[in-house]
Design a protein around this ligand. Structure first.
Ligand SMILES: Nc1ncnc2c1ncn2[C@@H]1O[C@H](COP(=O)(O)OP(=O)(O)OP(=O)(O)O)[C@@H](O)[C@H]1O
Length: 333
């Protein structure tokens, strides 16, 4: 784990809001609002936050499955945002996505055989015989039986369907997999099986993961580093152990307090956040979290804190840590 495989800089995705009678012209939903992070080769980078904070949009925009509004994405030495559609198609081999709901992402009219063969055909890989061999190998590595190949998606359980989704993502031997809530739709008993499978595959194929989840307990096991998102922005990034043992941002502290902890000595007092997440179409001025923050200060209502180092490799966007103020702001505060 040394070089970044993926570098995301100032990524933005804004959606225009349709103007109603007296609506503000030019109003936008800031689904992803200027976020930056890197994912190292071989790393699992967790991206966590409540529903609607922009996790899926981030995953899709960086792969250019949707077009970003702004920012740069450098993947394996190539600037993705500068590629033509054709160049992007070629690059897609190296970066795949696994979706939350494998049922809606697998064509119900096709057998597993066809689902797994399609990406190979699209990318002109092997002849028919060679593709058959590759598909047999793929079914083995994800723990499906050869007899499953002639069946249709609806004939499988949720966990098995996710194995098919993972096999499809793996078929092109990608370097990066964006796993967008890959276990959220599964029973808890099945979740750990799928997470273990992803870990085994990472080791076997040297994969790098961007692992998206809405709660911190799911990413705890699998991630090396974790970024926490709130209202379209990253508010904290740290190595997993640091994030769990010494969370900096009051929002991360609240999320962590909701994670069930079997060890009574490690249990945290539950921090209940007041109010709802504001709309990304009308984010509060200053720190977007100030309307719900139990530690809110005057400055939080006026100035937005930048994501800055609060310790080695531990970044937080919070005025509790003075380094997050700009140089000139510090002088006057
Ligand atoms: N096509 C779209 N048009 C307008 N707004 C959108 C569109 N897609 C997403 N949004 C809005 O952008 C915000 C971020 O959505 P996104 O799906 O990325 O969040 P998320 O964190 O992945 O949530 P979830 O876990 O519920 O999928 C939400 O407010 C959502 O309503």
């Amino acid at each position: 784990m040394s070089e970044p495989l993926l570098q995301v800089e100032h990524l933005k995705k804004y959606y225009p809001i349709e103007r109603k009678w007296f609506g503000k012209q030019g109003a936008v939903v800031k689904a992803v609002d200027d976020i930056s992070f890197s994912v190292m080769q071989g790393e699992t980078f967790g991206l966590v936050g409540e529903s609607g904070c922009g996790k899926s949009t981030t995953g899709r925009a960086l792969l250019r499955l949707i077009e970003p509004t702004g920012g740069q994405v450098r993947f394996d030495g190539t600037e993705l945002t500068a590629l033509s559609a054709k160049e992007l198609r070629m690059k897609r081999r190296d970066m795949q996505i696994v979706f939350q709901d494998p049922f809606s992402s697998l064509d119900p009219r096709h057998t597993v055989q066809r689902i797994l063969e399609e990406p190979l055909i699209v990318h002109g890989i092997g002849d028919r015989q060679e593709r058959q061999r590759m598909i047999r190998e793929l079914t083995d590595v994800v723990g499906l039986a050869q007899s499953h190949l002639q069946r249709y998606p609806h004939q499988f359980s949720g966990g098995q369907r996710q194995r098919i989704g993972i096999a499809r993502a793996l078929s092109l031997r990608p370097k990066l997999i964006v796993a967008d809530e890959p276990v959220s739709a599964l029973d808890v008993s099945i979740q750990s099986q799928v997470i273990n499978l992803l870990q085994d595959l990472q080791e076997e194929f040297g994969l790098t993961y961007l692992f998206i989840a809405h709660d911190l307990s799911v990413v705890k096991h699998i991630s090396d580093r974790i970024a926490v998102m709130y209202l379209g922005r990253i508010i904290e990034i740290a190595e997993k152990d640091k994030l769990y043992s010494a969370p900096r941002h009051p929002y991360t502290q609240a999320l962590l307090s909701a994670v069930p902890e079997p060890d009574p000595d490690m249990r945290r007092a539950r921090i209940l956040l007041q109010g709802e997440v504001p709309s990304p179409a009308d984010a509060p001025v200053g720190c977007a979290f100030h309307t719900r923050c139990p530690k809110v200060m005057d400055i939080c209502r006026a100035r937005r804190p930048e994501l800055a180092e609060t310790g080695e490799g531990h970044l937080a966007a919070c005025h509790l840590y003075p380094d997050t103020l700009q140089e000139d702001e510090r002088i006057h505060s």
